[in-house]
Design a protein around this ligand. Structure first.
Ligand code: ANZ
Ligand code: ZN
Length: 886
């Protein structure tokens, strides 16, 4: 390599040559492959793994991966055994949609994407442990995804239910709530429809409180923590029971405003509320209902009352069923409803109030019924206005004008019996206590979070490993009646109440249930009776596997009857909710993850990724961790103690997307400038947490900087000598700044500091070896190839065998070496006029005393003060010292 310094051509910076060269050396020397068993200081540096569905890597991926890699490299040089794995989230709807688009079978497409993606990622030069990759569509992986499904089923956390679901007409499958953004499919952007379908669900709601309280003990990017908190949506209030007139039954409402109970002038139940279904029976058995409707002249002439009213109610309920929740509750949407014919008694004042049925009340929230307080709730107000229902004001406060709109502000209770004068915001607890004392209500907490819908009517996913036996189902038997079930830890006792939700179901114990290669893999959508094929059921969404008896025909594990496999696959987000456990032992055929390595390596030390996953992936992964903990599978209950959300790369002012035609392909830039330049440029764009705007001109600038460092290290006279105090100070100042920045993932400012240091060094006539080594080491995480090349060329490696710059030690900061952190300039005034300035090193002369005596030594100032009496001194530390003289 010393010969090289005499050959001019070879000293030119040539990333196309050196980058693949060092990638091969690193791989051969296994410098990024810690021995997980013996490693002393484990540091699991994880970033979110990508869907390899697009046309390969895009600059947004490069940005995310590089930011994580830089932190990992920093930690490795600090002496940690950094484990940084890579893999592909290539199962699921995202990849399948892409395969459908390009017209290639998902299985073939996966192989193609995998090759291309891995090759591209390798060209970035990141420090991955390539011996531990995983792909979610690999049967060795998804057999454990299926195993997890079964573990949840056995614990009572998976059940099948007919529920109103989000259906994407374009993806032809149901979606979880988290996958619907503003009424649109998270993946394809189509308007989501509402359907009632039988689906597998995970009881994530059982963990609502833990998911919420756990947020307080983890170190996450604040906006992501808040988004998740809001999604869980804890709501505290009360439950109040209203007796239905003429019956022994109560309708229970959930309210966050129990203090407004005196203002409840009607009750509203959701169209799906069981009370509505009970109405026809009631109409027959209670003449009172009939009488009450007659009184109100809602009984059209010529028909039997109950028939007409029932028909109208039935129609209303049916219309509501097809509406989407977000449309039903939207502010400003015209409210609709229908009188039920029945009444309840307001328990606080014994007044009779009517029960209405309206679709702005959802069955899935609270109790599915509300007490309407039109004076203080805008939706109730609009409803009351439309149907001429009474409005009674019970809160008096500033600006209240009930004639115009509901008053939702603070104030004091009025028209509220013994509650009059109570402060509404402050004293909610008082009214709840009063309700409890009177025996008509109690404190109640509910959550907006709903159970995780896990089944997908698609092809490209892990088949849900369950078997359904008709004959067992009709005897109300399930796996829970088997001998095996007796020894299993059940997490929730109230599972016993929902046994019917799993009747007939048995887990497949022989995993994996392999996804067969079929040609008719396209999504089928909802079956009408006419389009039924062998596997389908009218009105049910059917899966491609439902057309394959060779797949689904089997026998019941319990009774031996003919049985049928589940033909739905599970949600992609299940695949990605546990991948980071698998990385520690991707080849383990006995366990989902190695139990002993688990204790040492999990959870990941730092997790980086996009904020857009705050209520998807990050929520699901937290849920699974809590279940695993309860099942005794792991020793922690928060999977990501530290999560850092990076920003987005935009191009020409908008998020990169194919439809906008502004996707940047990193390959072209790597070819032209080298990965080191692209990496450093991306990290210099702006704060890593904020993202930035990708500009070709910026890349040119970074390319020049990288070349300058190259020239400095190859062209300057580099000598071995001791640093003088000022050189030491410059160096340690830089070490401190860059180290702090890398710790906190503030990469743009780290680069700025490295640039400043470069400028300092390039201004010197000769540069000491120590200075160049430091510069290269600080730059190494950003530009791993060229710093390695220079480090080796200059033979800075101490040992005769290969020692990479990336496993060398990070420059140690010596606080004693820093002479000055920054200069402080203090204006010296006399009677407010500037008479001199004082330049101080920070840490020097900070008290007023000291500054005053230094100021007096200034010739100009002392002349001004001569013979004058100083009446007062005004001192603003770090800025001004003003002598007031007479
Ligand atoms: C009476 C009341 C008076 C209310 C008032 C509000 C203001 P959050 O904060 O989202 O929890 N509500 C309860 N269950 C509902 C359902 N299933 N569908 C639609 N609305 C429902 O909102 C709680 C409030 O939303 C509850 O408090 C209830 O209206 C309504 F001046 O009860 B309130
Ligand atoms: Zn059976």
């Amino acid at each position: 390599m010393h010969k090289a310094s005499t050959n001019k051509n070879n000293i030119e910076y040539n990333p196309q040559e050196i980058e693949p060269k060092w990638q091969a050396v690193w791989s051969k020397e296994k410098i990024y492959q810690p021995d997980l068993k013996t490693a002393k200081k484990p540091y699991y540096n994880l970033h979110m793994f990508p869907y390899p569905s697009a046309e390969g890597l895009h600059v947004g991926n490069v940005y995310a991966f590089t930011g994580a890699d830089i932190h990992g490299r920093f930690k490795r040089m600090q002496g940690y055994s950094v484990f940084q794995p890579f893999g592909l989230d290539g199962f699921g709807i995202h990849s399948e949609n892409y395969a459908l688009k390009v017209g290639s079978h998902p299985m073939d497409q996966a192989q193609k994407s995998e090759k291309r993606f891995y090759k591209q990622v390798e060209s970035l030069g990141s420090g991955y442990d390539w011996s531990r990759t995983l792909e979610t569509y690999d049967p060795d992986y998804y057999r454990w995804t299926q195993w997890i499904f079964i573990e949840l089923f056995k614990a009572g956390l998976a059940y099948r239910d007919k529920v109103p679901v989000n259906f994407c007409p374009s993806c032809k499958t149901v979606l979880a709530d988290e996958q619907v953004e503003g009424g649109k499919c998270e993946r394809c952007g189509s308007e989501v429809e509402k359907r009632h379908l039988e689906q597998w669900m995970f009881r994530i709601t059982e963990y609502a409180e833990e998911l919420l309280s756990g947020l307080d003990k983890i170190d996450w990017t604040e906006k992501v923590r808040i988004a998740q908190k809001n999604w869980i949506g804890k709501s505290e209030g009360a439950r109040i029971a209203f007796r239905v007139e003429g019956t022994e039954t109560d309708i229970s409402v959930f309210t966050t405003r129990p203090d407004t109970l005196y203002g409840a002038t009607f009750l509203v139940v959701s169209p799906e509320h069981p009370f509505v279904a009970s109405l026809p029976r009631r109409a027959k058995s209670t003449p009172r209902v009939l009488a009450s409707l007659k009184r109100r002249r809602e009984h059209p002439k010529g028909t039997s009352f109950s028939e007409a009213a029932q028909r109208a109610i039935k129609e209303y309920v049916e219309a509501a069923a097809s509406k989407r929740d977000q449309d039903r509750v939207a502010e400003g949407k015209e409210k609709s409803g229908i009188f039920s014919g029945a009444y309840v008694v307001n328990p606080i004042n014994n007044q009779q109030i009517p029960i209405w049925i309206a679709d702005y009340v959802l069955m899935s929230y609270g109790t599915g019924a509300i007490m309407a307080v039109p004076a203080h709730d805008q939706r109730d107000y609009e409803f009351a206005r439309k149907y001429q229902l009474p409005i009674v004001q019970v809160v008096e406060g500033e600006g209240a004008d009930i004639a115009k709109e509901a008053y939702v502000g603070n104030g004091k209770l009025i028209n509220s019996g013994d509650w009059n004068g109570v402060e509404v915001a402050k004293d909610k607890a008082k009214t709840i206590a009063s309700l409890e004392q009177k025996g008509i209500g109690s404190k109640f907490t509910t959550y907006h979070l709903r159970d995780w819908l896990i089944s997908r009517q698609r092809y490209w996913g892990p088949p849900i490993p369950m078997i359904y036996c008709e004959s067992c189902a009709s005897n109300n038997k399930s796996w829970f009646d088997t001998e095996k079930a007796k020894g299993i830890k059940r997490l929730f006792s109230h599972f016993d109440n929902t046994r019917d939700l799993v009747a007939g179901w048995y887990p497949e114990e022989k995993l994996p249930v392999a996804l067969p290669s079929i040609e008719d893999y396209k999504p089928l959508g909802i079956h009408s009776a006419g389009s039924l094929q062998s596997g389908g059921q009218a009105g049910q969404a059917n899966s491609p596997l439902g057309n394959h008896p060779e797949f689904y025909e089997t026998t019941c594990p319990a009774c031996g009857s003919k049985a049928r496999r589940e033909t739905d696959v599970s949600d992609t987000f299940l695949d990605s909710a546990w991948y980071f456990y698998r990385y520690i032992s991707p080849q383990d055929s006995k366990h989902p993850w190695d139990p002993s390595l688990q204790a040492k390596w999990l959870p990941p030390t730092l997790y980086t990724g996009g904020a857009e996953h705050s209520v998807l992936h990050l929520l699901y992964a937290r849920f699974l961790a809590k279940v695993f903990k309860d099942l005794g599978l792991i020793s922690f209950d928060e999977p990501f103690p530290r999560f850092f959300a990076h920003g987005l790369i935009i191009k020409d002012g908008s998020k990169m997307s194919k439809s906008k035609g502004n996707v940047v392909n990193p390959d072209d830039y790597i070819t032209k400038y080298g990965a080191d330049t692209l990496r450093s440029y991306l990290m210099f764009l702006g704060r890593f947490s904020m993202g930035g705007d990708f500009k070709d001109s910026g890349l040119e600038g970074m390319s020049r900087f990288i070349k300058r460092v190259w020239t400095l290290a190859t062209g300057k006279t580099i000598i071995s000598k001791d640093l003088d105090a000022s050189a030491k100070s410059e160096m340690h100042k830089t070490i401190k700044g860059v180290s702090d920045d890398l710790e906190a993932l503030r990469y743009n400012t780290a680069i700025a500091k490295i640039m400043t240091y470069y400028n300092y060094l390039s201004g010197k006539t000769d540069v000491a070896k120590e200075e160049i080594v430091t510069l290269l080491k600080l730059l190494a995480p950003f530009a791993p190839h060229m710093t390695e090349e220079l480090y080796q060329r200059l033979s800075f490696s101490a040992s005769s065998s290969f020692e990479s710059i990336h496993t060398s030690s990070w420059p140690e900061f010596d606080p004693g070496a820093v002479r000055q952190l920054a200069d402080v300039v203090i204006a010296i005034q006399v009677n407010g006029k500037l008479r001199g300035t004082l330049r101080l090193r920070s840490g020097q002369a900070v008290t007023e005393e000291e500054v005053r005596s230094l100021a007096k030594k200034d010739a100009n100032v002392s002349k001004q003060l001569e013979g004058k009496a100083v009446r007062k001194v005004v001192f603003v530390p770090g800025k001004i010292l003003n002598f007031v003289i007479s």
